[in-house]
Every structure is written in structure tokens, then in C-alpha cells.
Write a protein that binds this ligand. Sequence first.
Ligand SMILES: *[C@@H]1O[C@H](CO)[C@@H](O)[C@H](O)[C@H]1NC(C)=O
Ligand SMILES: *[C@@H]1O[C@H](CO)[C@@H](O)[C@H](O)[C@H]1NC(C)=O
Ligand SMILES: *[C@@H]1O[C@H](CO)[C@@H](O)[C@H](O)[C@H]1NC(C)=O
Ligand SMILES: *[C@@H]1O[C@H](CO)[C@@H](O)[C@H](O)[C@H]1NC(C)=O
Ligand SMILES: *[C@@H]1O[C@H](CO)[C@@H](O)[C@H](O)[C@H]1NC(C)=O
Ligand SMILES: *[C@@H]1O[C@H](CO)[C@@H](O)[C@H](O)[C@H]1NC(C)=O
Ligand SMILES: *[C@@H]1O[C@H](CO)[C@@H](O)[C@H](O)[C@H]1NC(C)=O
Length: 489
Amino acid sequence: MSATTKLAISSLLCLGLSPRAFAWTAAEPQLPRLDQSSWQQSLDQVPQHTREETGRQATEEWPYGPLKTRGRDIVNNRGEVVTWTGANWPMNDETTLPEGIEFNSVGSILSQVASVGFNFVRMGYAFEMVDQIYDREGQDVSLELSMIMGLGLENGTRVTQEVLKHNPNWTTTTTRFEIWADVVQKAYNKGIFIHPDLHVGRAMWCCSHTDGNAWFDDLYFSTCQWHRALAYIATWARRFPNIVSMSLRNELRESWNRTDLYYNWETLVGNMTAGADTIHNANPDLLITWSGMQYDEDLSALTSVGKNILTAPCYKCTAIVDRARRDPVYFDLDSYPWGKDKLVWELHLYNTSEDVDTGTCDIIKAGLYRNGFNALGIDAPVAGCDLTGDCPPAQRLTPVILSEFGQTPEDDSIYTNELLNCIRSFTTQNRVSWAMWSLAGYFRVRQGIQGFVDPKGMFNTTFNGWHDASVVEKWWKPWVSAMNGTKKY
Ligand SMILES: *[C@@H]1O[C@H](CO)[C@@H](O)[C@H](O)[C@H]1NC(C)=O
Ligand SMILES: *[C@@H]1O[C@H](CO)[C@@H](O)[C@H](O)[C@H]1NC(C)=O
Ligand SMILES: *[C@@H]1O[C@H](CO)[C@@H](O)[C@H](O)[C@H]1NC(C)=O
Ligand SMILES: *[C@@H]1O[C@H](CO)[C@@H](O)[C@H](O)[C@H]1NC(C)=O
Ligand SMILES: *[C@@H]1O[C@H](CO)[C@@H](O)[C@H](O)[C@H]1NC(C)=O
Ligand SMILES: *[C@@H]1O[C@H](CO)[C@@H](O)[C@H](O)[C@H]1NC(C)=O
Ligand SMILES: *[C@@H]1O[C@H](CO)[C@@H](O)[C@H](O)[C@H]1NC(C)=O
């Protein structure tokens, strides 16, 4: 069978699969393993290097992968603890290309990122990038077409030329994944890990209850296509030693468009364990990050001791009506092949939270502990926990990272911002890896606006200087330095 035929077949399979094919039982998640392996087989388009060829298992070179978890820590193959500090670099908006490359070269953007001491970049992407490869019988979309699809003919053509001016190594027909590969390789040279983060299904600004990207089987969130994309990215990532991790899905939340979807701990576990199986089958070296409920604020039912996921508190969730008649279900990470040493929890916290109190540092720390950082085995923060009375210990030690937080005002108000300074002290005291939101001081298109300026981006609007250089010097750099992040050199 030709690669093209296989791709076409697997594309049809995905459309034909009902979400029910992913029915979950507590003992063993059932997966359409046959279909999944056909996705695997159909990835002939992706250069398939063995790990030996690419040196992924080399013990002599940074980052000494594959990485794994050991208790609360992420460790390299030499057993050394790995700590990440970094930033989000968005590429999930309509053009599906990293922001800023029309103003500056990838190399010099990453040099500036590295100059802060950052060693980690979370690249938020839209999984329709992979759908489009399948739709086009294996052919990826070009830089120019991506820009035109996102910005229209006139601006798309113009912005493409701007990109080429700053990144002369590319042409109009360089594809999205070639550009991504260039980013990853340049990041490798600067000692930066790239973390592909499946941010949305359809390319757009994230996140709301009504954007069609909220929850499994939402309007733009085909669960089947999600699996296919995870498998694709995990396979693609084998070539790159500095991709040691990838996410399952950013900021899950209840959909207000498809109101017949079950949104609760049980369906979270069912879908996320199946997704982790997909990643692990495609690339067993990768660490897998798993985010929580209500915009990735809450993992409590999975990290805390003694929580029956049928009855544990769950904000805005679909009730499980027969919960009292069913046997309790306790999540057991160790029962999954990737659970023992590949799973990393990830959480977010913003001051716009509806249900988590971000008013004082004591209460913030109690919330962070309760919502999942208990998995680090740290002491419960007494002052806040006395107020909440809700700080159960962990059922199992597991790494937890804070992969977004804020919002981060890139101005003098950052020095007195209660939430941000609290997060700074919490992550430093407890050695929690983190990524700030975001690098982008400008989005070429966001929320329907072309040329969207974001003063909370760390870069200024032209990605060749900081929005506020003194904030970077006096606030971000000391924090990064205190974290002792893993260095290449
Ligand atoms: C950029 O140039 C390098 C050699 O300098 C080459 O290996 C690489 O493939 C080029 N990248 C693209 C996207 O053309
Ligand atoms: C979801 O519903 C809201 C309210 O009816 C609507 O404004 C929005 O466009 C819908 N979302 C999608 C993706 O269709
Ligand atoms: C995934 O989530 C959907 C809800 O949108 C649910 O119907 C389905 O049962 C879940 N899958 C599993 C395996 O739990
Ligand atoms: C959140 O913090 C930003 C500053 O980063 C501030 O402008 C905004 O008013 C705050 N919002 C809330 C709900 O506190
Ligand atoms: C083209 O981009 C500019 C921002 O660079 C924007 O102001 C303008 O509205 C865009 N044109 C169209 C047709 O969207
Ligand atoms: C961004 O910062 C750089 C370096 O300071 C500066 O050259 C550039 O003009 C700035 N861009 C804008 C739009 O101010
Ligand atoms: C960083 O290293 C210093 C000096 O060894 C140590 O005191 C500090 O606790 C470390 N910080 C973290 C977050 O591990």
C-alpha cells in the first residue's frame, strides 16, 4: 500500500470512528489499537529515524535523554534533576506559525529568550495542523499558504515576505513543520527544551467555554483527530533530542455549545489516559504532561489521597448520577505503562480564576497545594490551609509544573503584584518548573484583530527587544537564576 493510500484510509477511519469507541473502564482503558497502529504506519511522510541514528539515547550529550520521573523530580539519564524555567511562545492562532518571525529571525528570538536564563519553551499549537496534513494526503502546508489562510491574501503575502526578509533560509514553500524543525534545532543549540503543547483544535486564541475547543467532542475537538495528532507529533518528535516532553491538551473546560458532553473527572481520566497511551505507543521516551479541569486549575481528585473520582469536588462538572451506587474509583497512575515514570502534572493559575482565590499569598499557596502541588510531597502551607481546611496529602509523588500563570504585567506593577510574587516564592522554595505567559508582545492575528498588541508579552511588538527591559533585569532574571534551571553549558 502506498503511503498516500494509507494516509487516506486512516483519515477516513478517524471520521468514521464514534467517540464511543473510546469507552473507558476503570481497570483498563480500551483503545482502538488497530486504528491507532494504522495511524502509526501511515506516518511514512515523517522521516523515520531510529533512536540510535539520531543519538537520542546518547549518554554523552545534552540533554541526556530520555528523561523520566523519579518521585517528585524529572531526571535525565544520568540521574540528575532537571528544572525548567521558561516561557510560552504562541503559535496556535489562525496562522499556526510562531509569533514574531516577521520581525526577527528565529535564531535571534531564541538568543534573547536564552539570555534571560530560560531553558524551556512551550509551543502552543493547533492540532488542525495535523488534520490538514491528512486532508492533503500527507503534504504539509507552506509558510505562505498558512499566512494567507490566517490573514487573507494581501496581508498574508506581505507578512510572508517580511518573514523571509528576517529568515532568509526559508522560502514561501517552506512548510510549517520545517519551520518548526528549524525552531527546535536552533533551540537545541542554545540549550532550550521545546515542549509541544496541544493548545487548541481549530487554530484560534484560547480559551473559552464557547470557542468549540473546550472539551472532548466539542465542535472543533474531535477526540479521534486529537489522538491522531498526538501520535503524529510524538512520532515527529523522535528526531529531536531537545523535545523530551509534550502535552496532552491545554486548559480543558466545560463546553457551552455541546451541552450533551460529560465533563467530569471520570471522562477526564478516560480520555487523558487513552491520549497518554497514544503518545507512549508512538514515542515511549517522551514525558507526558497532563493538565487539569476548569482551565487547568484543578487536579486534586487525581493527586490527593483517598479521592473517589465519582464523588470528588469538581467545579462546573456533569454530576455522575449513580455515584452512590457504584463502587468508588480511585485513580492509580502506577497502573498505566507510562504512569510509573513518564507522567508530569501541569497546572495554570490566573487572577481571573472564577473559583480559586488569588487574593493573598497564604490562600494562593493553599490553593496551589490543594489543586495538585501536593504531589510534590511538600509541606502543606499552614496559614492558608488553616483557612481552607482542604489540604490533603498526595497519594503518590509526581512532578508538577506551572506551565502558565499571570497575567504578568511587564511594568513596575509587577513588583507589588501579590499573585506573581507569591508564585515566585512558591516555585523557588519548592523548586517548581514554570513557564510564563507569554513571549508575544504582538500577535499577527488574535481574537479577530490583525496586529493585536499585547502589553503583557515579554517581548515588545517587534520581538527584538523587551517590552520593559528593566523588569526583565530586575524581576525575571533574579527569579530564573534562583531556580538553578538545567543548563546545557
Ligand atoms: C537552513 O539552513 C541549513 C544549513 O545552513 C539547512 O540545513 C536547513 O535545512 C535549512 N532550513 C530550511 C528550513 O531550509
Ligand atoms: C457557541 O455558542 C455561542 C453562544 O451561542 C456562540 O456565540 C458561539 O459562536 C458558539 N461557538 C461556536 C464555536 O460555534
Ligand atoms: C471522553 O469525553 C467524552 C465527553 O465529551 C465522553 O463521552 C467519553 O466517554 C470520554 N471518553 C472516555 C474514554 O472516557
Ligand atoms: C489581573 O491582573 C492584571 C494585571 O496583570 C490586572 O490588570 C487585572 O485587573 C487583574 N484582574 C483581576 C480580576 O484581578
Ligand atoms: C492587515 O494588517 C494590518 C496590521 O498589520 C491591519 O491593520 C489591517 O486591518 C489588515 N488588513 C486586513 C484586510 O485585515
Ligand atoms: C523593541 O526593542 C528594540 C530593542 O530595544 C528596539 O530596537 C525596537 O525599536 C523596539 N520596538 C518597538 C516597536 O519599540
Ligand atoms: C539553587 O542553588 C542554591 C545554592 O546551591 C540553593 O541554595 C537553592 O536552594 C537552590 N534553589 C533551588 C530552587 O533549588
